[in-house]
Design a protein around this ligand. Structure first.
Ligand SMILES: *Cc1c(COP(=O)(O)O)cnc(C)c1O
Length: 397
């Protein structure tokens, strides 16, 4: 079955849900047992890594189990767990494999809040972090120490969109017994299959394309068989959980993810190309465009692209002109997150967020999320903003 079909028929089960097509919302804290024997039998099952019983609301309900099963199978992992946000998925997937005295490797292009967690909580717990160049590939081998337990990847990188050589890095980690955790949010499970490329644990901000409608936050952690027990132990021990209504929204969003992604992909590439030809633009950073670091790897390992990419303006445009450009956009909302149906813009400055790393551009930069609007309307919006940009420059002279 193709993934597109699986999204629609994956966990349809007339017996479990009484014929209801989409798994309904089970709201629960208490689950009552039939008797003590029943309670003891489920306790025994839950004490093993593979145990999945109706036990207590925090540990899942049929609503949760259905989405978890669907996501694990879609991505090709062993099992999945849902947590309350994408960030919680990133931090838990690391916490499941570290202890005081360990060392971990994180790509320098990592999502800012994941980096913040490493620089604060992990540091306080005595876990050392080395940030590596996301284009390092198999060269990462030289950065391992005897106590390196985790390699964290995010491909493509947040804001700068370097595509990582996932198989090349995984091979090095496997030789040294470290677990590979990958943030696969950008590609979704449709355009990149992490487990086929050697990843041990994959995380997603389901908040983005899985929920798809900007109305809930959620994280997914999917592990292979060897990593599953540690992930489950940490998530349950820490009391992480996703609320029933949010799980339902994610399940509902997931049904249409393939059709939405097809359009995000197509319109994203075509607007990225249009921007690359504009005289105001220094560089478009989009994995599907030549010149973006790792473009060849994207062609080798990925089957598509989502609607998120970055644009760097020529350094001739100053701060005021840049601000007026961003502020004059009407269809691109100025706001965090992405992956919903609407287009968004987010200015960024890597010199703040990636101290000490190499960013070869001097111009102002912004990230775009290409939503599901008509492409012509989005281009017209950008054209108007470019006119305002020039007006600002002229007025300043
Ligand atoms: C948004 C995002 C997250 C965090 O997701 P939240 O649900 O907002 O916590 C993690 N990783 C990446 C790549 C993201 O874009």
């Amino acid at each position: 079955m193709h993934s597109e079909t699986f999204l629609l028929h994956g966990v349809y089960d007339p017996d479990t849900f009484g014929g209801v097509v989409n798994p309904p919302v089970y709201r629960a804290s208490t689950i009552v047992f039939r008797n003590m024997e029943d309670m003891e039998a489920r306790a025994k099952a839950m004490s093993t890594p593979e145990g999945q019983e109706l036990w207590y609301g925090r540990k899942g309900t049929p609503t949760t189990f259905a989405l978890q099963e669907m996501l694990a199978r879609l991505e090709g992992g062993h099992r999945s767990l849902l947590v309350s946000s994408g960030l919680a998925a990133c931090t838990s997937a690391i916490m499941a494999f570290v202890k005081t005295g360990d060392h971990i490797l994180i790509c320098d292009s990592v999502y800012g809040p994941t980096r913040h967690f490493a620089d604060t909580v992990l540091k306080r717990c005595g876990v050392a972090v080395t940030y590596y160049d996301p284009t390092i590939g198999p060269g990462i081998g030289e950065l391992f120490r005897p106590n390196t337990t985790v390699v964290f990847l995010e491909s493509p990188g947040s804001q700068s969109f370097e595509v990582q050589d996932v198989p090349g890095i995984c091979a090095q980690a496997r030789r040294r017994g470290a677990k590979v955790v990958m943030d696969n949010t950008w590609a979704t499970p449709l355009f990149f299959k992490p487990f086929e490329h050697g990843v041990d644990v994959s995380v997603h901000a389901a908040t983005k394309y899985i929920v798809g409608h900007s109305d809930a936050t959620m994280g997914v952690i999917t592990a292979n068989k060897a990593a599953w027990g540690s992930v489950r132990e940490y998530v349950f021990a820490a009391g992480l959980h996703a609320g029933a209504d949010d799980v339902y929204l994610a399940q509902r969003g997931l049904r249409t993810m393939a059709v939405r992604l097809e359009r995000h992909f197509r319109h994203g590439v075509s607007i990225a190309k249009w921007l690359a030809d504009r005289p105001e633009v220094e560089r478009v950073l989009h994995p599907a465009l030549p010149g973006t670091p790792g473009h060849e790897i994207w062609k080798r390992d990925y089957t598509g692209a989502s609607g998120l990419f970055s644009v760097v303006l020529k350094p001739i445009f100053g701060r005021e002109a840049f601000r007026s450009f961003i502020d004059s956009l009407q269809l691109f909302g100025l706001g965090f997150s992405w992956g919903g149906y609407e287009s968004l813009v987010m200015p960024f400055d890597p010199s703040h967020e990636r101290p000490g790393s190499h960013w070869p551009y001097e111009g102002f930069a912004f990230r775009l999320h290409i939503g599901l609007e008509a492409k012509e309307d989005l281009i017209e919006d950008l054209e108007t903003a470019f006119r305002v940009l020039h007006l600002q420059v002229e007025q300043a002279l």
